[in-house]
Ligand binder design. Structure first.
Ligand code: TRP
Ligand code: ZN
Length: 872
């Protein structure tokens, strides 16, 4: 079997065909050992075809011990083994359609630094099977459309591993010789192997319960490292809220008698929705006010919800193949966003979603790895857990929700579950259910699944005083690329608001459906030209080109009913100044802006919303709207704008800071801190306020009254210190390090801060950080907190003209290539976007990419991205 060539060949959506065999039941017996775990897998198979096809099972990094069919052991001559496949030819298979294959394999969890399959996280054993990790546990038909009923017996040392967990219900347990014990689990719901999980270790457990709307009792258990019990409370409450929300919003109840969550420190991503046994990065479970920030709290709730919601959108109804990933991810992100919006401020939640989309997803969609939310070609599936599949995927579901409305959307969901429960289906199946339930023709809408790139919408307005009519003309263009030579017009919902000159509450809103390359709408009965607020709630993931003058933007900021539009108009104003300053450092910022900000600060508005209004568009967001970006000029422009605003609004910023600091209403403390810290960030640009940074750090981190300490405030102060490399910085960093050296998740924050210091000796410091006793590339959180934070949060030095920033990143990626290809591949993101930068940076970045491509034993993860980035 010549495997090497086909292993590195991409797969295509167009080549999908059903499997030749299905698996009815899987009986696993797993004996855990650090370097040699044994897996016995008994599969009951059913042949689908005519008997002419071989049985091909996926398997990687496995040692095959024995292979038995029915009761007959196979000799080596009767099968073929490659690095990735076990092939049993038809001549070695029984003639019957049903037969039993028993496979015994051995694996080495200790050496598994890729964290796919069975690995060790600290002292515990743990698995990660999505997307294609199960093949590192045993030979299997590792594809999501093969759904089987799993029974799993876990065997391990009783003292080291008192808890042995897997999916479903515990059905047996007992003692064995040599101080070992076992637990057997049975999952009654047939599932693809990517939802399989096993955990073994010693934990503290937070237990609670939930009674479903039909009255069933569900045990809830959260497993954390010993000593961390108190930090699991927020996760538990979040889980209960999620369960209630899904019942109330979609009528969806949990289906097993037990729901377990395990928090581990070594994990490639956020969390994993394994049936009945979620495995989480501890970062999305553990929190208390001393060690977690307000956004940590928010994110924990959102990720807990996301994984819980997968039980229906992902597990009960799963994906036919991995090209359909957005079927479960886009839909589940949409669901968790709606949940967060309901738990918190819907305006602020939406703004934060849009920031991520515009700063990161737009860049991805403009870069070399651009792909439709349903990709058509994949080399390494792990490379497609992207902002496009997740976040743009969620925007596509949101557009559907906007187009058919909340009630029809619910009916569509009901129909989707009625049709497909227990099945592995496609994105088209989902859209068809929505179309059938709503009666809406969604054929053109389906193009969102096959076209990549951010559509550009151009808007033009025309007011005719004689006929008192206002005409809006919209045109759309999707980017032309090699993979997409002739993009078609998409079906785009555009929500608008017309604000009449008279102002007050005379806004009129409407949903426009743009389906042509160009379309016009005329509104009549208007005595004067109205001001338009475009793209209310960000009704479509598009770039809008619309020459709206500053005066109109200020009108939208003040008068639009849609809060997103009020925020967005402000951002557009700010973005304009950032662009001006990038091209001309001496550009004079008009006083209108400072006045508008002073008004904003003095309003008795929602403080969380004001904070969002004051936060400038990010470096990435600005970069995504420019060509040949000069990163140094852009960083300088952003700093200049911050300084100007700080100077112009100094008094208001300071009194707002104090008001927020003194505010006592406990339920608004998150909003108060958000606004306070935005004010501090501005004020820290003025030397006279540096004392305030030191003072805040002291109060929040070094307080005689420990209950007054707060991680949000500490980190905000520290990042001001780091940003301006203030005199107190090194003392603060030392204090913080000493204080938190035992708390790994907080040390991640320390590494991230240390890597974002704005100082000319940052490269010496980075070297020192790499040698820090607590640094390890084997821990993904740690690797990301040092390397990722430098590349993403320290643009001035990452892009410095000596190229040292790029060299640093590439050097670490080269090491990670063999340690953990998934982490390496995620960290390369800023480098492959080299084409959006000015020639100096482009050349330096490209040189690093070329060096990386020359690595011997380059992982498929990096290879796929490097080939795409260096093509033509
Ligand atoms: N399905 C997971 C989620 O959306 C994400 C995921 C995919 C993942 N592959 C992973 C998580 C590997 C951890 C490791 O929540
Ligand atoms: Zn998910």
């Amino acid at each position: 079997m010549s495997s090497t060539l086909s292993d590195t060949a991409p797969r295509f959506l167009a080549d999908y065909r059903p499997a030749d065999f299905t698996i009815k039941t899987v009986n696993l017996s797993i004996s855990l050992d650090d370097i040699c775990s044994q897996v016995v897998s008994v599969l009951t198979l059913v042949r689908q075809g005519d008997g002419s096809s071989a049985l091909q099972l996926n398997g990687e990094q496995l040692t095959l011990v024995s292979l038995v069919i029915d009761n007959q052991a196979l000799s080596k001559a009767q099968y073929e083994l490659s690095d990735t496949l076990l092939t049993i030819p038809p001549s070695s298979l029984p003639n019957r359609a049903n037969f039993v294959v028993t496979i015994t394999t051995e694996i080495n969890p200790q050496e598994n630094t890729a964290l796919e399959g069975l690995f060790k996280s600290g002292e515990a054993f743990c698995t990660q099977c999505e997307a294609e990790g199960f093949r590192r546990i045993s030979y299997y038909l590792d594809r999501p459309d093969v759904m089987a009923t799993f029974t799993t017996k876990v065997i391990a040392d009783k003292t080291l591993y008192p808890y042995l967990l897997s999916n479903g219900n515990k059905v047996a347990s007992g003692e064995l010789a040599d101080n070992k014990h076992f637990v057997t689990w049975h999952d009654p719901f047939p599932k693809p192997c990517y939802l399989f999980a096993l955990v073994a270790g010693d934990f503290d457990i937070l237990t609670d319960n939930f009674t479903t709307s039909s009255g069933r009792d569900v045990a809830l258990e959260i497993f954390v490292d010993k000593g961390n019990l108190a930090k699991a409370k927020h996760a538990m409450v979040s889980l209960q809220k999620s369960m209630t929300w899904d019942e109330e919003t979609f009528g969806l109840e949990y289906d097993l008698d037990i729901y377990m969550i395990v928090a581990v420190d070594f994990f490639n991503m956020g969390a994993m929705e394994n049936k009945g046994l979620n495995v989480f990065n501890s970062k999305y479970v553990l929190a208390d006010s001393q060690c977690a920030t307000d956004s940590d709290y928010f994110n924990i709730e959102a990720v807990i919800a996301h994984e819980y919601f997968h039980n229906w959108t992902g597990n009960r109804v799963t994906c036919r193949d991995w090209f359909q990933l957005s079927l479960k991810e886009g839909l589940t992100v949409f669901r968790d966003q709606q949940f967060s919006a309901q738990m918190h401020s819907s305006a602020v939640t939406r703004i934060q979603n849009v920031r991520v989309l515009r700063s990161q997803q737009f860049a991805e969609d403009a870069g070399p790895m651009a792909h439709p939310i349903r990709p058509e070609k994949v080399l390494e599936m792990n490379n497609f857990y992207t902002l496009t599949v997740y976040e743009k995927g969620a925007e596509v579901i949101r557009m559907l929700h906007t187009l058919i409305g909340v009630d029809k959307f619910r009916q569509g969901m009901d129909l989707y579950f009625a049709r497909f429960d227990g099945m592995a289906v496609t994105c088209d199946d989902f859209i068809n259910a929505m179309s059938d339930a709503s009666g809406k023709d969604l054929n053109q809408f389906k193009l969102w699944y096959s076209q990549s790139g951010t559509p550009v919408i151009k808007a033009q307005e025309y007011f005719d005083a004689k006929t008192q009519s206002y005409t809006l003309t919209l045109s759309q263009h999707s980017p032309v690329t090699t993979n997409q030579p002739a993009p078609q017009a998409l079906h785009i919902p555009i929500k608008i608001e017309l604000i009449s000159e008279a102002g007050e509450s005379s806004a009129y809103s409407e949903l426009l459906e743009l389906t042509q390359a160009e379309q016009s709408w005329t509104f009549t009965g208007l005595t004067a030209k109205p001001t338009i607020a475009m793209l209310c709630d960000f009704s479509a993931p598009v770039k809008l080109i619309f020459d709206q003058d500053d005066a109109s933007l200020l009108t939208v900021m003040k008068k639009a009913e849609n809060s997103f539009c009020r925020w967005d108009a402000g951002q557009k104003l700010l973005m304009g100044y950032i662009q001006q300053l990038t091209f001309n450092a001496d550009y004079d910022i008009p006083n209108d802006l400072v006045m508008a900000i002073n008004t904003m600060l003095s309003r008795d508005d929602d403080r969380a919303f004001i904070a969002e209004q004051l936060i400038l568009p990010s470096f990435d967001e600005a970069a995504s709207l420019m060509v040949d970006v000069n990163p140094i000029a852009l960083t300088r422009a952003i700093t200049r704008l911050m300084q100007t605003i700080a100077k112009g609004a100094e008094q208001q910023l300071f009194s707002c800071y104090q008001a927020c600091n003194q505010a006592s209403e406990a339920n608004h403390c998150v909003a108060n801190r958000a606004l306070k810290n935005v004010c501090l960030t501005y004020l820290s640009h003025l030397p006279e306020y540096h004392y305030l940074v030191t003072e805040q750090y002291q109060q929040a981190s070094n307080n005689a009254d420990v209950s007054q300490e707060n991680m949000t405030d500490s980190l905000a102060a520290l990042s001001c210190s780091a940003k301006h490399n203030l005199a107190g910085l090194s003392e603060q960093l030392q204090h913080f390090e000493h204080k938190w050296q035992q708390t790994s998740l907080v040390m991640d924050k320390w590494f991230a801060l240390s890597a974002s210091v704005s100082s000319d000796d940052i490269f010496t410091q980075l070297k020192r950080l790499l040698l820090h006793p607590q640094f390890s590339l084997k821990n993904p959180n740690r690797a990301r907190s040092l390397i990722g934070a430098f590349a993403m949060n320290n643009p001035k030095y990452f892009h410095c003209p000596t190229g040292q920033g790029y060299q640093f990143l590439a050097g670490q990626i080269a090491k990670l290539n063999s340690i953990n290809p998934q982490v390496a591949s995620r960290l390369i993101t800023p480098l492959i976007q080299y084409k959006s930068f000015a020639p100096t940076q482009q050349k330096l970045m490209k040189a690093e990419l070329i060096k990386l491509r020359a690595i011997a034993q380059l992982s498929n993860d990096l290879k796929e991205k490097l080939d795409a980035a260096l093509r033509d």
